[in-house]
Design a protein around this ligand. Structure first.
Ligand code: FHN
Length: 431
């Protein structure tokens, strides 16, 4: 339930204040786009006529493809339809405030121009452009934040890189792979490439590490050293366990009650992160909107994934969903951006997000299921009410009455929005 907070000023030390300042835009943003794009988009889940089970960006490991054979994918990789302007435009339309793209996934292939390794999109493919440079420029132009994902530990292309069963001491699936110490790869490729991405793309906002399988503290420190030169850079908690980074990263699930620490759920729209042509397990736009709301109501961010094709396009079902989310966000974004978690433990009809506005509190009631009797009850609310209205149509006001501390909102028997109606409760003073 919800009771007035005591007005005790919080005392924060300098480091906490600086951290809060760095995290401010990220905490407000609530919604970002993840992009998994690499050579794996070409086989798209199928190898030599066989569908390889599992997520498509893992095809090299799952199908046991030798390095030299996988490398050949680069010879045909030519995403001529790639249009950074269109990608960024759609992300913005969907209401996303930042983009995180795979600069190098576990397969070891850099999707940016790298001097540290020839195995990159400019030097190893017929595509004579640096797509991440184009993306970075577009993000600046259109005013959206940008982060790069970098698989720092797993690099299946390099003799020193780690791979999925290294911890069990199993040999690399490529029998010709002669193992080298991890630090050869870290110093020879990972550190220089991380320097490149942080230096050459106009200043990244986020560096998104991935699973620290096989990492050592020495390797993590070498990479952390590079990142430390960028005080505004936000990093996640996957560089090295148990280092917390700036935020934690629940994957493919929403924590039941949220987390104390800053957190971001990363989530696919279907099953695979990378493009997989036969993956039709799409979540509906309605479910994705509810997921975003659910996450915001627990104080977290949603990083929603798109897996572009080898041709350089977003799959149609992803485009459709992003557009539908955008239509909803344009009307209801106020109930997501810059909001805080719900003060209620559980609401039978939906979720709640809150925001302080000029000394008053806005409660945003996200009604997933309208109560049959048309009476929306907010239990245990000790507050005075200024106004209650529909966010998508502020002229639509609602009548209310209190029964003890329970607020009953009289909802006329009209369905206002197709998906997830938001009712705003403006209180007098803070809740
Ligand atoms: O193995 C990867 C996977 O391919 C994908 O990139 C996800 C995204 O969070 N991270 C790893 C699994 O945790």
């Amino acid at each position: 339930s919800c009771s007035p907070k005591q007005d005790k000023p919080e005392v924060k030390d300098e480091a906490t204040l600086q951290h809060d300042q760095k995290m401010e835009w990220w905490r407000e943003a609530r919604f970002g786009m993840f992009i998994h794009w690499g050579l794996y988009a070409e086989p798209a889940g199928e190898w030599k006529g066989e569908r390889i089970p599992g997520i498509s960006e893992w095809i090299m490991a799952r199908a046991g493809i030798p390095v030299k054979e996988y490398e050949k994918l680069a010879e045909n990789f030519n995403p001529e339809k790639y249009d950074a302007e269109a990608w960024v435009k759609l992300a913005k339309f969907a209401g996303m405030k930042y983009i995180v793209i795979t600069s190098k996934h576990h397969d070891g292939f850099a999707m940016f121009h790298s001097k540290a390794s020839k195995y990159n999109i400019v030097d190893a493919t017929p595509f004579d452009r640096d797509p991440l440079k184009e993306l970075a420029d577009e993000c600046k132009k259109q005013g959206i934040r940008l982060g790069f994902y970098y698989s720092q530990a797993q690099d299946w292309h390099e003799p020193g890189g780690t791979y999925f069963n290294i911890e069990e001491g199993k040999p690399h699936w490529d029998k010709d792979m002669v193992r080298e110490p991890l630090m050869n790869y870290i110093n020879g490729k990972a550190v220089p490439q991380v320097k490149e991405i942080l230096e050459n793309y106009g200043g990244l906002d986020i560096l998104w590490w991935d699973t620290p399988r096989g990492m050592t503290e020495e390797a993590a420190l070498a990479l952390q050293d590079v990142a430390d030169n960028y005080p505004d850079l936000i990093t996640n908690n996957r560089l090295y366990r148990p280092w917390p980074g700036d935020f934690s990263t629940p994957e493919q699930h929403v924590p039941p009650t949220g987390l104390d620490y800053d957190w971001e759920v990363c989530m696919t729209m279907n099953t695979s992160w990378g493009y997989q042509w036969y993956d039709e397990n799409w979540k509906s736009a309605e479910d994705l909107i509810k997921m975003l709301v659910d996450i915001a109501s627990k104080g977290g961010n949603l990083l929603l994934n798109v897996g572009p094709t080898a041709g350089g396009e977003f799959p149609k079902p992803s485009i459709e969903r992003l557009k539908q989310m955008g239509v909803w966000m344009q009307k209801n974004g106020e109930s997501i951006y810059g909001t805080s978690a719900s003060p209620f433990f559980k609401l039978p009809w939906g979720r709640c997000t809150t925001k302080e506005v000029k000394g008053n509190t806005n409660l945003y009631l996200h009604v997933f299921d309208w109560p049959k009797d048309g009476l929306l009850t907010v239990p245990g609310l000790k507050a005075r009410i200024n106004d209650i209205y529909l966010l998508s149509n502020p002229k639509q006001h609602f009548a209310w009455k209190f029964e003890g501390d329970d607020l009953h909102i009289h909802a006329p028997s009209v369905i206002f929005d197709e998906i997830n109606t938001v009712v705003v409760v403006k209180t007098k003073g803070k809740v």
